[in-house]
Design a protein around this ligand. Structure first.
Ligand code: MG
Length: 208
């Protein structure tokens, strides 16, 4: 059976903690300067808007809708400003070689926007490794772990293939499992594996 591997990006292809910190800082600064939201009120506003618009993981879209701002403007002030090199994101030849050796069609699937995941893939030296990068633009207004997002991705893939999602968040794997996909948890969590996780890896070079 044809195999398709869908690799999450943040926290799976690379350690995203520093990048997330930078994103948060830039977003708070943007909200303060552009929208007059005091840094102390930012988190509360973000939570409220995510609840209002229901776009999981995309505070950028929520702010865009609430304040009528072009999404590109928010991306330019947040994602585009993340300095990947200072976040430790660098070319990984070993990973590239390993991923290319896998006998599966490889795609990325992330809740981040396309402009950002392209930068990440290039910074990791993984250009050409993935056939497609599925992003928020492919599933919005939904995102992982919402079922509708998985349906949108599945419609883009051949119907006769076995799909495996490799992701660092259990919640994202739970929906995948419910759809009959295979699930791989990426990361060093020592928690007991939920039953919907088929396999855990600590590094992507363990993928076979
Ligand atoms: Mg992730």
């Amino acid at each position: 059976m044809k195999q398709i591997y869908l690799f999450d990006s943040d926290g799976t292809l690379y350690d995203a903690e520093d990048a997330k910190r930078q994103f948060d800082l830039f977003f708070r600064t943007f909200a303060d300067h552009r929208l007059g939201i005091a840094p102390g009120d930012f988190q509360e506003t973000r939570k409220r808007l995510i609840k209002k618009y229901g776009i999981l993981d995309s505070s950028a879209h929520c702010f865009s809708r609430e304040y009528g701002l072009p999404i590109a403007e928010i991306y330019a002030e947040t994602y585009d400003r993340i300095d990947l090199a200072s976040c430790g994101v660098r070319s990984d030849h070993r990973l590239r070689k390993h991923l290319l050796s896998l006998r599966a069609t490889r795609h990325v699937w992330t809740n981040a926007p396309r402009v950002y995941v392209r930068r990440v893939v290039n910074a990791l030296g993984l250009a050409g490794v993935f056939e497609q990068c599925f992003c928020l633009e492919d599933t919005e207004p939904y995102a992982k772990p919402q079922r509708e997002a998985y349906d949108a991705i599945q419609r883009k893939l051949p119907g006769d293939a076995e799909i495996t999602l490799i992701d660092d968040r259990c919640k994202n794997l739970e929906t995948a499992h419910a759809l009959g996909w295979r699930t791989v948890l990426a990361g060093s969590s020592t928690e007991q594996l939920p039953t919907y996780v088929h396999r855990r890896i600590t590094h992507l070079t363990e993928m076979t």
